[in-house]
Design a protein around this ligand. Structure first.
Ligand code: GAR
Length: 204
């Protein structure tokens, strides 16, 4: 069983690098078919090039959210994508896109959801004085940083942490967590039951 993945990114794309490394090492039952970005200088596009994966910047200016997402769908469908993986994609997906790929879009967020949704999850964690935060991979629904949770990895917060040191520790955890969660998701035959993801193969 090999799933065809499409990546959408706005940023550095370091998670993409680790997903591609896992794929190339034979540790992921998946193939990244296309990488799309809404920023012309997104690092994800450079990483896709490095790994010889088809990639494309899609200009958001001049399109409504629905029109833009329709373009994304056309490229993803053209590449035969079954599972959409967001890596630092900062635009909110339209309801039409979410319906099109219902329960087939994954996102990574740098906190233990439902805590610290939205921007600057690192700063939010420090401000609240939590001693643990982490990273969450979840299915995307129509709300931001909200859908059913696939996998979480806790990360400790140290008293001496700055926003930057905490961010670096969480991102290191993300690089291990995202490939692992994608593998679980593909192999686990997940079903969404209420707020929860239930794996038919019993994975936790
Ligand atoms: C990651 O830290 C991810 O958790 C965050 O963007 C970064 C992308 O890094 N996503 C969100 O905050 C989504 N709410 P990358 O571009 O290097 O993969």
């Amino acid at each position: 069983m090999t799933a065809s993945i499409g990546i959408i990114s706005s940023g550095r794309g370091e998670n993409l690098r680790y997903i591609l490394q896992a794929e190339r090492a034979g540790q992921l039952p998946a193939r990244v078919k296309i990488v799309l970005a809404d920023q012309p200088d997104a690092g994800a596009l450079r990483i896709a090039e490095e790994f010889c994966v088809p990639h494309m910047f899609i200009e958001p200016a001049g399109s409504s959210r629905e029109e833009y997402d329709q373009k994304l769908i056309e490229h993803l469908e053209g590449a035969g994508v079954e599972l959409v993986v967001l890596t630092g994609y900062m635009r909110i997906l339209s309801p039409g896109f979410v319906r099109h790929y219902k329960n087939r879009i994954l996102n990574i967020h740098p906190a233990l959801l439902p805590s610290f949704r939205g921007l600057d999850a690192f700063g939010q964690a420090l401000e609240h004085g939590v001693t643990w935060t982490g990273t969450t991979i979840h299915i995307v629904d129509e709300d931001v940083d909200h859908g059913p949770i696939v996998y979480q990895q806790p990360v400790p917060v140290k008293r001496s942490d700055t926003r930057e040191s905490l961010k670096a520790r969480i991102q290191r955890a993300e690089y291990r967590a995202y490939p692992r969660a994608i593998k679980m998701f593909i192999e686990g035959r997940p079903k969404v039951v209420g707020r929860k993801v239930v794996f038919e193969n019993g994975a936790k």
